[in-house]
Design a protein around this ligand. Sequence first.
Ligand code: HEM
Length: 386
Amino acid sequence: MPTVVEFEPLHPETLRDPYPVYARMRAAAPVMWHERLNSWLLTRHAECLQVLKDSRRFAADWRRIGTAVPEHGVSIQSMDPPEHGALRGLLVSAYRAQDMAAVERGAYLHANHLLAGLRAEGGGELMTRFAAPLALHAVCDFLGVPAPDPATFGEMSDAIIRGMDAGLAPERAAPGAAARAGLSAMIASWFEPPPTVGMLGALARSESAAGIPRAVLMNSMRVVFHAGYTSVYSAVGSAIISLLRHGVELSRLGDPALLETAVEELFRYDGPVQATGRVCTEDVELGGVRIARGQALVLLLGSANRDPEAFSQPESLVLDRQPNSHLAFGWGIHACVGGLLAKAVVRLALSSLRENSPRLRLSGDVVHKPQATQRCPDRIPVTFGA
Ligand code: HEM
């Protein structure tokens, strides 16, 4: 099958700004075969939503088409009904049992503490000094576990995320697997004994009643912890970049209603999870294209969120956009469990920045990490102004 539009997710230009090539794909071949990814790429909102809503024909669980999944890979994200329901129910109950207001207060105080250091220096680099430690603190507090050292953990995390792009860069597979094993060991240590507080504490109290195997629960906590941390950290960074590049004065975000719609819009405009995957369980037609059972689909959520058929002025940052049916947190049975926490952390980060550094400005080039599945700024140099 010919590739209609060249799409190199790891090309420096695509890393800098993937949205122009998404637009070309949406216009020329919204359901497009990609040889190297051995997958169909979906770039329109309509087809992405259709797939996310239909777990019968589009599986997250590759075992349904007879593909073996290694034990470490079986988690909430790779299961489908009926198995998925009990585990998701358990996680959602443990999630909802948390005192979100206390987590938010803690995150806000931590954000202020981190910015005080930068303010004293008149600015600095926001990803390592602000976004990463803030996200790590918030997610660990939410789970009820001790926060690992941000620098060591950051290296492990980067290797895991790069491993997700092994289809494009096979040399990333082995370091990714080694880092994932290290993370699994850290998660296992949290269960011995489990905390009495936080989401992990709540899970540990109810896991035996739900009959979920410990290995599956631990894999799922690895997903929750790692995906939660990396997505929140990327989201904080991308939100800051989008606002500064559009010259938005942070003082405008003092209006709580605007802050709320602005955070949704920042997730639509440049969200961290650019892609997710599914596999067809039967032959289907999607966007006028025949797809065979067993073929893989990559849903480019970042592209769906800029689709002119779903959003007016999709390339503009419209802070009061309403409604805003973006797919940054997915949709349907696998939709993100942690959306509220993620949005709260971005909101608090922006509020803290507004209070500590209302004249925040970019002071150098923004660089993105060389990774495709998750879009994440590497460096955001800023000055705090007068
Ligand atoms: C900026 C932050 C976040 C973004 C953009 C994000 C995005 C997503 C997306 C797009 C999915 C759906 C994937 C799919 O359908 O294949 C997902 C699933 C999930 N997310 Fe998040 N996420 C974020 C933060 C979090 C946090 C903080 C947590 C937990 C504390 C979390 C827990 C989960 C879980 C457990 C799933 C799997 C749900 C299932 O398969 O049933 N996420 N997330």
